[in-house]
Design a protein around this ligand. Sequence first.
Ligand code: 7TS
Length: 400
Amino acid sequence: MNRDDFPILKRTINNHRLVYFDNAATTQKPQTVIDALSCYYAHFNSNIHRGVHGLSQEATALFEEARECVKKFINAPSNQEIIFTRGTTESINLVASSFGKTFINEGDEVLITEMEHHSNIVPWQMICEEKRAHLKVLPFNEKGELCMDLLDGFLTEKTKIVAVTHTSNTLGTINDISVIIEKAHAKNIPVLIDGAQAMSHEKIDVQALDCDFFAFSGHKMYAPMGVGVLYGKEKWLNAMPPYQGGGEMVRHVSFEKTTYNELPYKFEAGTPSVGDVIGLKTAIDYIESIGIEKIADFQQELFQYAFEKLSQIEEIEFFGTAQHKAAIISFNLKGIHPYDVGTILDQYGIAVRTGHHCTQPIMTRFGIPGTVRASFAFYNTFEEIDLLVEAVNKAKKMLQ
Ligand code: 7TS
């Protein structure tokens, strides 16, 4: 499906045609996104929001069009609630730091889960340490599903915010975030959703979810690296201090006192990655030209096929067998280090990720050093999955 749109898929690695199964780390880019970057630098490059000259105004218009496009794509109520960042990590750091400064105090609690990416653990640990607050962790069960029956007990009058991943990058679990948001809101607790993996797997509607913050990265949804988004409800963003100081985020600066710009600029200090932001709009246009539902359905088919085929390999162990899963499969061959399997797959041109996937607590929970992870995008094929299965079987023979 639309493979020809992605020039990199024609590459060879180790004399084999590239089979790219590392989509959870970053997706490949269609030609239209690559062209958008070169078009921006060839025809529109200029710093934005500041210039009276025509070129700067054109670049500014394209940048703000991209904001409007993102707003519509996630159904946010207003452009003021769309903040461009460098990625999910920066979006979460922004909230942890800025929300934390204002709303988290000594003895308070922040609730995360055992399956978070380090980017949704460490920023909260840092602010908790600074404020002498406590980081609480909702565990998951053997299948990699959150222990939802424990949630009520974890939401206390001291909980100031819940930060949870929509979809686990390691287990593939799609969490029941609507229930988490509903339960937290019943106790007036805001919720941040780490949407890094969600964006390429399903349609996101932040109003339907009613989340308070939603963070994601462009590069995991066919857009360039270097751009991400933080959606935040205006009521929170207005109540939070700026994250970084610099250009564009101010209204007036004097040595005595500086006043801050309105939303969203208050949170966009310094020159943004204008070309990448425009590339993000192009990626969204591309996704919409195919249809996110169609993309999601095909990825599910690939996932079901891969899971079934891999399950037939003796002594394969899966990590993350939740009922609701995105197209991400983590596995190990019993007694074999994941790195060794990954190295052999690479010999056949198959790109999988091995290691802890920036989720060390998940590895600790299962008592393993890491996993082999295959994550699928709609440009993958059933034939590629057959090649994976064949190569895993070969690796097994060689390593056992
Ligand atoms: N949250 C989740 C759930 C992620 O999967 C990732 C990146 C991040 C946050 C951080 O995103 P960034 O764009 O700011 O880096 N996950 C992965 C991965 O699984 N392999 O490489 C990066």
